[in-house]
Ligand binder design. Structure first.
Ligand SMILES: Cc1cc2nc3c(=O)[nH]c(=O)nc-3n(C[C@H](O)[C@H](O)[C@H](O)COP(=O)(O)OP(=O)(O)OC[C@H]3O[C@@H](n4cnc5c(N)ncnc54)[C@H](O)[C@@H]3O)c2cc1C
Length: 489
């Protein structure tokens, strides 16, 4: 069994985790990656003394990483210097109107009480429920494969699902606890990490408050790129081989069984193929129609998670008002969600996220400089033009100057804008999505695309389209589930 050849298409976190796990289990693993480096959405861009993490920047759910590295008898700290950030992040509501979410729970409870009298106790109750949801979800829902609808609709899960507020929307759930708009925004924003909207995602995702308030926000020194490097080396150490700059063009199938792949340069034989490349894209582009698990119409009907305007900015001075993680919430913030999820149009009023990893990690910027990464979530599938990129850059830098009260433009020495077309060109992202498949109730668990092909033997998928979903920890879990499926065959 174990000396089978496995080809993994793509070296995002899904591909890296699958490579290390399967190679550890004595499969002959070869990872074939389209780009010049591992990490996928978590690529690293270095230029002129600045080092940018091009995708994820929040190291959340440390328990998931611990569980993953434990499979190899290791801890994340064996490879990385992990720091708990304090404050965890800063939330701007307007110029001179911001709050810091602390690593100290008492400080947060006092802050909530200031924002809404009585909120301290409500927050304690909310966080108690959030922790309960997280624990149950991790124990019974997340690390689990859903093959048949009956796996999902078991009486136990329905009872638990109701207790976990699976069938209620996040916004209405939070409104039952808090009246303060500021508190609601703070608690609801984390759903954006999962590519969702508080008006459309199950209230189960209030478990994200357990993630950021109770478990904390962490940073691996060297950035998320350091985590990529660690997982890549871990895979190599287990015996996995990596090939870069070689896009796969076709999955070769004979008698409904995989036999190999064709890349732009070579052909490779395989007994098992794992697709980590964008599921929607790969299903439609690497397979003939008769071998696809899902139709074009199926993909068109899915709620695809947002794309983003990303700004990678290098400044030749520190920006005082920003800390490591900063969120700006527009006062008409519902409009931004409507534009992203309902109207699928560019937002007029928008919230955005600013990360300055150089606040914690001086090596990521030039001396006395600042490494600034800005993320503006926008709908997938929009037309991406130079004019709109520049327009959003102009509006955002102007707004950041208002928020910080500082002249930024004259200190900008490096600028790159990354948007829909880049997501599509670099990662083969369907509709230029940054995050894959959104987390709505109808796209949860069994309702997400399956790990195992419906049509072709020994063909599997892993990554942010699969269960459990979006985010580095979720994608790693997706590959842990995948490994169980493959090894239990
Ligand atoms: C801007 C941004 C910010 C984010 N912030 C966070 C965060 O703070 N915290 C967090 O936990 N998560 C965050 N996420 C989400 C997280 O990054 C993703 O969920 C995760 O990295 C996806 O991993 P993946 O393996 O599923 O896919 P990908 O990373 O997309 O990997 C797929 C790989 O397949 C390769 N590929 C595609 N086509 C081919 C082909 N034909 N041949 C060979 N290879 C191919 C691609 O090049 C890529 O390397 C963020 C994502 C983005 C984009």
């Amino acid at each position: 069994m174990k000396d089978k050849n496995v080809i993994i298409i793509g070296s995002g976190f899904g591909g890296l985790a699958a490579a290390a796990l399967l190679a550890h289990d004595n499969y002959n693993v070869t990872v074939i990656e389209k780009n010049e480096q591992p990490g996928g959405r978590a690529s690293v861009w270095k230029k002129d003394g600045f080092t940018f993490d091009m995708g994820p920047s929040w190291y959340l759910m440390p328990d998931v990483f611990e569980k993953f590295f434990a499979e190899f008898g290791k801890k994340p700290q064996d490879y990385m210097d992990l720091i708990r950030l304090d404050p965890s992040y800063r939330v701007f509501f307007d110029k001179d109107d911001y709050v810091d979410i602390s690593a100290d729970m008492e400080k947060n409870l006092d802050l909530f009480e200031k924002l809404e009298p009585g909120a301290k106790n409500k927050m304690k109750e909310y966080l108690r429920m959030s922790k309960y949801e997280y624990d149950i979800a991790m124990k019974d829902f997340i690390y689990k494969e859903y093959k048949h609808i009956t796996d999902f609709l078991k009486p136990k899960l329905i009872v638990e699902g109701t207790k976990l507020h699976m069938f209620e929307k996040l916004d209405s759930f939070i409104q039952r606890f808090f009246k303060s708009e500021k508190i609601r925004k703070i608690l609801e924003y984390t759903i954006v990490f999962l590519g969702g909207s508080p008006y459309d995602s199950p209230a189960l995702y209030s478990l994200m408050s357990n993630v950021d308030f109770n478990m904390g926000v962490w940073y691996p020194m060297g950035g998320i790129g350091k985590l990529v490097e660690v997982m890549y080396k871990l895979g190599e150490k287990q015996g996995a081989k990596f090939i870069f700059n070689e896009p796969v063009e076709k999955i070769i199938i004979e008698n409904n069984n995989v036999v190999g792949v064709k890349t732009i340069k070579n052909e490779y034989n395989a007994d098992i193929i794992v697709v980590n490349a964008d599921y929607a894209w790969a299903d439609q582009n690497l397979l003939d129609e008769k071998h696809r698990s899902y139709s074009k119409k199926y993909w068109e009907k899915r709620k695809i998670a947002p794309s983003a305007y990303l700004l990678f900015l290098g400044f030749n001075k520190p920006i005082k008002k920003f800390i490591h993680h900063n969120l700006y919430f527009h006062n008409k913030w519902e409009n931004h969600f409507i534009d992203i999820f309902k109207e699928l149009r560019l937002p007029k009023e928008y919230s955005y996220y600013v990360s300055c990893i150089s606040k914690t990690d001086k090596n990521t910027a030039i001396k006395n400089g600042e490494n600034v990464f800005v993320l503006i979530p926008v709908a997938p599938g929009l037309i991406d033009s130079e004019e709109t990129r520049e327009e959003y850059f102009e509006r955002t830098i102007k707004h950041m100057e208002t928020l910080t009260g500082e002249n930024l433009r004259d200190h900008l020495i490096l600028k790159r804008i990354f948007a829909h077309n880049d997501f599509s060109n670099r990662y083969n992202a369907y509709k230029g999505t940054a995050l894959g498949l959104a987390h709505t109730l109808k796209q949860t668990a069994i309702f997400r695309p399956r790990h195992e092909s419906k049509k072709v033997k020994n063909l599997y998928f892993t990554g942010h389209y699969n269960h459990p979903g979006i985010g580095v920890p979720m994608v790693i879990i997706s590959s842990q589930i995948l490994k169980e499926i493959i090894t239990n065959k």
